[in-house]
Design a protein around this ligand. Structure first.
Ligand SMILES: O=P(O)(O)OC[C@H]1O[C@](O)(CO)[C@@H](O)[C@@H]1O
Length: 553
């Protein structure tokens, strides 16, 4: 949606009022104790069917929240949400809609104005997936020696890997007994594939080539290498085509690679790679957990879609969360965002979120092509919370750059081992509390006196031991890590991303920036491998490094 009718963001009234407000609220510690604290907790948190979002630890008051909501209306967020669901070409630079919400819309729900054909295609592919998963589980799809497949290797990268890899791991408790083991290989150095083929049985290994474009070099390299492995291992005349499944919008590419028609699954140009896990790109998930759970996964996403489309802005989870992102990035100067799931099965969530947010929001011009004069997107990083506590959390507490933190906590214990009961949850709460309250000098001095530390040493240490506090965080509590709730989490983050893009008036569905590096790789490869000399116009640094890599220096 081009926004020529809307004033430039930084000139808007709400933006300027927020700017004026930020000075007072930066570093502010909201009242979190007593009646005031309780009221705050109620007013600055949202609930949606067991999903609980607490933002009371953000330096935001009611006036600020109202201004953020006003900003959302000024930037026509409701109209943009409608346009997204209506299938309008919201991906303007590629002239397409972004219909990922259609992938998880159940039979009978209203479909977007522009989505009737798309809807039928989605249904067809889902039905084909269902048949395929069922046949694999029943051992009816098999390799060259007629034994059922024991292992599946997904060959795809970025959006054609991260969502599925994250979900397969997140849902490991739901893996079916009859499901083959799931693996992922994507690197351009071949290490992941090499490590896999060392231990897999080629006769019972199925490969999924997952690539929307079917031109991505890492994926095609891995596919070629896997094919060589199968050819080298299989007996003369073995039927190798059975070992291949394709997921792509490039039918011809899949056919050219030799993937049999019945094992080619389609996605469409209107699904962005990083938004595609609900399509056949989620086949590894469906194979692992079975179609019934995969349907629950879709239902969870759909529930969040409905909420995002229908809930009024002030009680809309992705809207409030997205506006808080804007507040922290543009007004509080937190350009780094840390996500800490306190659940080992969500270990890949930070990597998935990194692509979702950084590929979507890493844009420097607005919808009209004008350079933006405000920050867009944050640097996203993260790790399972308990591991982060023993590695990088120090910087969150005492470092000099502000970081916005998201805690993710499951109400149900992640494991069934009684010894661990409540520990991860307590740790997450402790970290959030410590970030906000910190530890002041008077408290520290008292502690040191009681511990017998002398005056001189106390003075020398106080500044080092002080923890300033006032560092904000959000906490998202979900009932348990199951397909439905994982679906809700995924859609929550997708829509939170869309909200930020809408405020900043940037396109979250394209990724032109990654193309240049790909082109240059193609141009440099012959020189790196020694087939040709470096091009005459190549820069001195590249030439020097090529010489070193070739062992010529
Ligand atoms: O599915 P494809 O076409 O192989 O692309 C893989 C990934 O590569 C990217 O284009 C970035 O290089 C992502 O946007 C995408 O998810």
């Amino acid at each position: 949606m081009s926004d020529s009718a809307v004033p430039r963001l930084t000139e808007s009234a709400a933006w300027q009022a927020l700017g004026a407000r930020a000075g007072d609220l930066r570093g502010w510690r909201p009242p979190l104790k007593g009646t005031q604290g309780e009221q705050r907790f109620r007013r600055f948190s949202l609930q949606l069917d067991g999903l609980f979002f607490d933002y009371a630890r953000q330096p935001v008051d009611e006036t600020t929240r109202d201004l953020l909501l006003e900003l959302a209306r000024e930037r026509r967020l409701p109209e943009r949400i409608r346009a997204l669901f209506a299938g309008e070409p919201v991906n303007a630079t590629e002239g397409r809609p972004a219909l990922h919400t259609l992938l998880r819309a159940p039979e009978g729900s209203a479909f977007p104005v522009h989505g009737a054909d798309a809807r039928a295609a989605v249904r067809t592919e889902l039905a084909r997936m269902t048949r395929f998963v069922d046949r694999v589980h029943r051992g009816l799809v098999h390799g060259w020696d007629d034994r059922p497949f024991t292992d599946v290797v997904n060959l795809g990268i970025g959006g054609s890997e991260l969502g599925a890899a994250m979900a397969v791991q997140a849902l490991s408790r739901f893996h079916q007994r009859e499901a083959p083991r799931m693996h992922f290989a994507s690197g351009s150095d071949g290490v992941q594939l090499e490590d896999l083929i060392r231990r897999l049985d080629p006769a019972t290994t199925l490969f999924i080539v997952a690539s929307k474009s079917f031109t991505t070099s890492e994926t095609l390299l891995n596919a070629r290498a896997a094919l060589h492995w199968l050819e080298a291992c299989a007996p003369e005349g073995a039927h190798l085509a059975r070992h291949w499944v394709g997921v792509s919008a490039n039918e011809e590419g899949m056919a050219r690679f030799g993937i049999p028609e019945e094992q080619r699954f389609r996605i469409w140009d209107w699904v962005g790679g990083r938004y595609s896990v609900a399509s056949a790109m989620g086949l590894p998930v469906a194979l692992a957990v079975g179609m019934r759970h995969f349907q629950d996964f879709l239902a969870g996403m759909h529930a969040m879609d409905r909420h995002f489309e229908e809930a009024p802005l002030p009680v809309n989870l992705p809207v409030i969360a997205g506006l808080l992102q804007v507040w922290s990035i543009n007004f509080l100067g937190a350009h780094t965002h840390c996500v800490l799931p306190y659940h080992q099965r969500l270990a890949r969530l930070p990597a998935w979120l990194q692509q979702l947010e950084m590929e979507s929001l890493g844009k420097r011009v607005d919808s009209g092509g004008r350079p933006v004069d405000y920050h867009t997107g944050a640097v996203v990083f993260g790790e399972t919370g308990f591991h982060a506590q023993h590695s990088f959390a120090q910087l969150l507490f005492q470092g000099s750059c502000p970081v916005a933190v998201d805690f993710l906590i499951s109400r149900e214990d992640a494991s069934g081992l009684a010894v661990f009961h409540g520990v991860a949850q307590a740790q997450a709460l402790g970290q959030g509390r410590a970030l906000m309250t910190g530890r002041d000098r008077a408290t520290l001095a008292g502690e040191m006196i009681r511990a017998g530390v002398d005056e001189e040493q106390r003075q020398a240490l106080l500044a080092h031991r002080e923890i300033p506090g006032g560092r904000p965080s959000n906490t998202l509590v979900f009932p348990r890590l199951d397909p439905y709730n994982l679906g809700r989490l995924i859609a929550f983050y997708e829509h939170r991303t869309f909200v930020q893009a809408s405020i900043w008036d940037i396109n979250p569905f394209d990724q032109w920036g990654v193309e240049l590096g790909k082109q240059l790789t193609r141009a440099l490869l012959p020189a790196v491998t020694g087939e040709t000399d470096p091009a005459a116009d190549l820069d001195a640094s590249s030439c020097g490094l090529i010489r070193i890599l070739r062992g010529a220096d």
